[in-house]
Design a protein. Sequence first.
Length: 128
Amino acid sequence: MSIKFKNKEHEKFYEQCLGRTGSLDPYHKAFFYTMGISGETRKHIEDVFNFREDAIRPEGLNKGWQTSGSCCLTRLAFNLWNGWNADGCATPYDLFTTSDATYMLEAVRLRYPEYCKEPQVPSMSRAR
């Protein structure tokens, strides 16, 4: 499965974080992919993820650096991690109102690869 990254920094961040955790499961892939979309969320990853405990930090949503866009990314990442929706604002209606929606959908694809496979189109042979 090829992954569509926003830019080189996004890809580098994703690979570094996965390497740091040593995990390649869909939860980690989706979380770090989502948090890597924005430079601001990349810069503050320690505020929203505890690498030692391998756990999200929901209190990171209240940090002063968070903007409406970074909050959307953080909420999606939390929701893809473990279904988190404690503040009730992690629905598609709330989250996909950003120019990063294409990349956010890619994160969903990473989290649920078994449901996001390309459909196989049957070949049509010509009747003679």
